[in-house]
Ligand binder design. Structure first.
Ligand code: G3P
Ligand code: MG
Length: 225
């Protein structure tokens, strides 16, 4: 079962920061997941729509300037990193699952993944691009059809994994609260991997392993070494 550090090693360092990424790498993570949003001409690695929970700033991230975002404290003195800063830190040492949060991310991530392959030692096999925003994911797939994409859901669809197959996804990325054996079997029958978020307890991992799940996103990669 693949272990993916969720928002970096976010149970051990402030989520989606360079520190969380560095801790995940130190722990030998084979893959890291992060969230990206587009603001003021830049891709920022940040999960929430609003800044309050994870920084000392205020407001909606996508409405802010680069100067404002650069100077926020994202925990323990860490800044909100740009995607390029994280790519530079990781430099091809593990797989990177890039979750597109909302509009204007597909084109920018397509461009940056190309650049990281040329300059930072990544290969196309290092990336999985995922999103709950399925139109944005489809736009990405049209831009870079050779890359793996992960179709995210936080529900149990009536037609199970059918939508993910139609999107041309490599994986179905499911919420631990909704995944069941029927969904896993349906996805596998369609040739899809099944990845489940967010799993921090060994007993949950064991339950998911019994269902045949292929990977988990965890805030505590140290527990699954
Ligand atoms: O990609 C798995 C997981 O990160 C999806 O949910 O809300 O944590 O980004 P969220
Ligand atoms: Mg995410």
């Amino acid at each position: 079962m693949q272990i993916i550090a969720h928002r970096g090693a976010s149970g051990l360092a402030p989520e989606n920061t360079l520190k969380a990424m560095a801790v995940a790498i130190e722990l030998g993570a084979g893959a890291i997941e992060l969230d990206v949003q587009w603001a003021d001409g830049e891709l920022w690695v940040f999960h929430d729509r609003r800044l309050e929970r994870c920084t000392d700033g205020h407001g909606v991230l996508t409405e802010q300037s680069t100067a404002y975002l650069m100077n926020l404290d994202a925990g323990q003195g860490e800044s909100i990193p740009t995607l390029w800063q994280v790519m530079t830190l990781i430099a091809g040492r593990c797989d990177l699952h890039i979750e597109l949060k909302g509009a204007h991310t597909a084109e920018a991530v397509a461009a940056l993944t190309h650049r990281a392959e040329a300059e930072l030692g990544f290969t196309p096999a290092h990336w999985v691009i995922s999103s709950f925003h399925h139109p944005e994911l489809a736009r990405f797939k049209a831009l870079r059809p050779e890359l793996r994409i992960g179709a995210l859901i936080a529900n149990l669809p009536l037609q199970l994994a059918e939508f993910a197959e139609r999107l041309g996804a490599w994986s179905l990325n499911c919420d631990v609260d909704f995944v069941d054996a029927e969904l896993v079997a349906d996805a596998h029958q369609r040739g899809l991997k099944v990845l489940v978020y967010t799993v921090d307890e060994m007993s949950d991992r064991d339950t998911l392993a019994a269902m045949g799940v292929d990977g988990i996103f965890t805030n505590r990669p140290d527990r699954f070494k």
